[in-house]
Design a protein around this ligand. Structure first.
Ligand code: C2E
Ligand code: CA
Ligand code: CA
Length: 817
């Protein structure tokens, strides 16, 4: 449960104040009570003294009277003269009315020296009087006592000398009522006399105390009070100390003063005093105390609230602000905190807290900003290609995943284009990575520009790109995009002074099949891209299922080829080239064979393209060059006539910067004459980069090596470049020869090629001669050299050597049947 600190502080202080005030009230009340009690005690003592004083006064009064009586004049009633014979009895007789009235006497008894009663005046006398008289006669001292018979009296028995010289005893009784009245007059307190005897007639009995009220001032009222007191407290208890009783809104204190009477033993004066005023005084004092305390509590409560209010408000603000800080809502936080720092002279904890809060907020905000910045950076690192700023593999993966899901829900088509720049590696290898990077950036920009905004272009790595094309009306739209890309990419690129031409091969897969994973989609697009590459680059191919089969086979083949290279399962066969004029073997073309452990002899058409694609042709090609040169050197050492060696180069080999070194090394290690070496290249190899090709050709020329254009007529067949390039031989492709001499077209073409070659000072080799008619046609048009099954199939080294021996190469070549 949440109780604000404010209320806790206030409650605590109030509790403290209430406790303290309570304590003070009780303490002051107690003090007041004690004061009052001691006051009462004093009053009580005063009462006792007062009573004693009054009794003594009354006693003195009696003594005084006893002195006066003997000297009173006695007059003869008849004559009115003074009588000389004076007896006390006579004096008292004559003056009794005076004595009773003026001296308040109630009764008097006169005894002679023998203790015999001589006279009696007034009412009642103590039955014990005779005993007392004897005692007084014996001691000669007056004896005073209190008696209550019908009424209570103070009685003094004293010796008296009569005028006649006789010693007598006089007993004077005066009513106590006067003493009590006097007491009441002096003290304003009612006083009475309580005696144990309950049998006295006409007296009021206080039943529960078993006492009788012998005399009482204000009898009715006092009796009422006493009856009430008797129900509240026992007599003994009251005897121990005075008690206060409340009745009808009045407080009376009742106290007892014990005295010994002749007749009753322990009689008590009972004093009833109205103490209402004092009590009210106490109550008023108490009320005043409480009022003061309450005021103090209220005041200090206000003070506490006043003092705590501001810090508590600030604390509450902290309580509001800290959760906002935790939530990281810095704008709201700043709003709440305000931007002014405390400039107080005397800072307190709250000021420190305030400042710290601001500092923490600032630091947190800065940290959060930093983290966000880093996150953006990390994200871009994680999802974008740093070079081209295109999406990277991860991002396109995610996008493809989304596209797969989305394509299932929409009528529209999604396509994935897998794009690989053609011959990019060559640029990179020969011109350096920075040029390569620049080219990649240009390519990336062009790709991005040739698709719509929602489409995604990604660089997968190296020169491979992937484009996700979304929301197409027709499947075929992707072909339009691909065509456009090829066109845009094909435009020349100027980097510095150099002009570059790039092209790409594109594989396309339509995202429509359910249950195809992203990886599979990419793989299929990749397969289609390879097919495009195989189809001669700078084109696009849609993926078909059969491609996958082919791709799988290709992969298996690749594995086998790697193994074949490692285990040297290759062999070179040689096919002779014949001088059509002399019939002599002038040259031999080296043709590679794969001696497969299970499939036997595998044709180069079945594995050269894959070797080329995978780059495995480089190591194998090097071996072929070395082996061919070595073999040629061997057979040239045997006969007198020289038989040249012709070696085929693949496109990759031709663009391999290592090629010149490889040829030179092979020449050096084989000691073969450069003039005996022919290198066969194709038109397309040269066309890719004419500048570079020219350099290489010039280098070969310098070495003294002959260069032949293979398969002439199948490729671009641009006559223009033939003029520019330093070439020696032109090999007419087999396809033109095979239908000779029947096909008129071929006849015209072949005749034209030969004529043109001669025009350019090139020697002509006709491939695939299988018949004498073909040979005759070619010969008639001036073709110098022939190659074909008519003369010999490609033969293993030993057999080729046999062929050389058989023909001895000095007699005209014996045609194989
Ligand atoms: P190519 O350079 O045009 O080689 C000539 C091809 O024609 C050889 O096929 C040969 O056996 C065949 N041939 C020769 N005379 C006749 C004929 O009268 N009739 C018919 N029908 N064919 C004839 P092969 O050996 O199967 O080679 C095929 C292709 O493989 C070669 O075409 C060449 O492009 C490539 N190749 C072969 N060996 C190598 C090599 O060592 N390196 C490279 N880079 N490519 C090679
Ligand atoms: Ca060839
Ligand atoms: Ca050829």
């Amino acid at each position: 449960m949440f109780i604000s600190m404010r209320w806790k502080a206030i409650a605590l202080t109030s509790l403290l104040l209430v406790g303290l005030s309570g304590y003070f009230i009780v303490a002051s009340e107690q003090a007041l009570k004690r004061l009052l009690e001691s006051e009462r005690q004093e009053i009580f003592l005063n009462y006792q003294n007062e009573i004693a004083g009054l009794l003594r006064q009354s006693y003195d009064h009696l003594l005084q009277l006893s002195d006066i009586i003997p000297i009173l004049q006695l007059q003869n009633t008849d004559t009115g003269r003074e009588v000389s014979d004076k007896s006390l009895k006579a004096i008292i007789d004559q003056h009794w009315s005076y004595i009773a009235l003026n001296w308040g006497m109630e009764s008097a008894l006169l005894f002679d020296e023998k203790g015999l009663l001589q006279g009696k005046w007034g009412l009642g006398a103590s039955p014990r009087s005779s005993d007392v008289v004897i005692q007084v006669l014996q001691t000669g001292a007056p004896f005073s006592r209190l008696t209550c018979f019908n009424v209570c009296q103070q009685v003094v028995t004293l010796p008296i000398l009569a005028p006649d010289g006789q010693v007598m005893v006089l007993e004077l009784s005066t009513s106590l009522a006067d003493t009590l009245r006097a007491f009441q007059k002096i003290t304003q307190a009612d006083i009475g006399l309580l005696v144990p005897d309950v049998s006295i007639r006409d007296m009021r009995v206080v039943t529960s105390w078993s006492r009788t009220l012998a005399a009482m001032t204000n009898l009715e009222r006092s009796m009422d009070m006493l009856q009430h007191a008797a129900t509240q407290v026992s007599f003994d208890l009251l005897n121990q100390e005075p008690k206060v009783f409340q009745k009808n809104g009045h407080y009376h204190e009742v106290s007892l003063v014990s005295l010994v009477t002749e007749s009753f033993g322990d009689a008590h004066f009972i004093i009833i005093e109205d103490v209402t005023d004092q009590h009210q005084h106490i109550i008023r004092a108490k009320e005043a105390d409480i009022r003061t305390a309450l005021t103090a509590i209220l005041l200090s409560g206000f003070l506490v609230i006043f003092a705590l209010w501001s810090p508590i408000l600030r604390l509450r603000r902290h309580a509001e602000v800290l959760p906002i800080l935790v939530a990281g809502d810095f704008t709201l936080l700043r709003e709440k905190l305000g931007d002014k720092r405390s400039r107080r002279l005397f800072k307190d904890e709250l000021d420190i807290l305030d400042d710290a809060e601001r500092d923490v907020a600032d630091q947190l905000e800065e940290m959060q900003r930093q983290i966000e910045e880093d996150n953006v950076q990390l994200e871009s690192l994680a999802l974008y290609d740093p070079l081209t700023k295109l999406a990277n593999r991860h991002l396109i993966f995610k996008e493809i995943q989304l596209a797969v899901k989305e394509s299932a829900l929409t009528e529209e088509y999604f396509s994935l284009l897998y794009l690989d720049l053609d011959n990019f590696k060559r640029v990179n290898d020969s011109l350096g990575h920075s040029t390569g990077d620049e080219l990649l950036k240009v390519a990336a920009r062009r790709l991005q520009a040739s698709v719509r905004d929602g489409d995604i272009v990604a660089r997968l790595g190296g020169d491979e790109f992937c484009i996700l094309i979304k929301y197409m009306k027709f499947k075929e739209d992707s072909a339009r995009v691909a065509k456009n890309i090829l066109k845009v990419l094909g435009e020349p690129i100027h980097l510095g002074t150099t002009e570059f031409n790039i092209s790409a091969s594109i594989g396309i897969v339509t995202i429509s099949e359910h249950g195809v994973t992203t990886e599979q989609l990419l793989q299929n697009a990749d397969i289609a891209m390879y097919r495009a590459k195989a189809k001669g680059r700078s084109n696009f191919q849609y993926y078909t299922k059969s491609m996958s089969v082919a791709a799988t086979e290709r992969m298996a083949l690749e594995t086998e080829l790697r193994k074949a290279i490692a285990e040297q399962q290759f062999e070179l066969h040689y096919q002779p080239q014949i001088n059509l004029e002399t019939g002599k073997i002038v040259s031999a073309e080296a043709l590679v064979r794969w001696i497969h452990p299970t499939r036997g002899l595998v044709s180069p058409d079945d594995f050269i393209p894959l070797l080329e694609e995978t780059g495995l042709i480089i190591p194998l090609g090097e071996w072929i060059i070395h082996q061919a040169f070595k073999d040629a050197k061997r057979w040239n050492g045997l006969g007198d006539d020289s038989v040249n060696i012709a070696v085929n180069l693949s496109p990759r080999q031709f663009s391999d910067p290592e090629l010149p070194r490889v040829i030179r090394d092979a020449m050096l290690s084989s000691h073969l004459q450069a003039s005996q070496i022919e290198i066969e290249i194709t038109e397309s190899m040269v066309m890719n980069d004419i500048e570079k090709s020219n350099q290489l050709l010039k280098y070969l020329k310098v070495l003294g090596v002959t260069v032949a254009v293979d398969d002439f007529g199948t490729g671009h067949s641009s006559l223009g470049y033939l003029k520019k390039l330093d070439l020696d031989v032109l090999k007419v492709d087999r396809t033109f020869v095979q239908d000779l001499p029947d096909d008129e077209n071929d006849k015209a073409i072949v005749a034209a090629i030969i004529a043109m070659a001669h025009e350019l000072k090139l020697r002509v080799v006709a491939e695939g001669i299988e018949s004498l008619e073909q040979e005759a046609f070619l010969k008639s048009h001036g073709c110098e050299t022939g190659q074909g099954y008519l003369y010999s199939k490609p033969l293993p080294y030993e057999k080729f050597l046999g062929l050389l021996r058989r023909s001895d190469n000095i007699i005209p070549f014996q045609r194989s049947k």
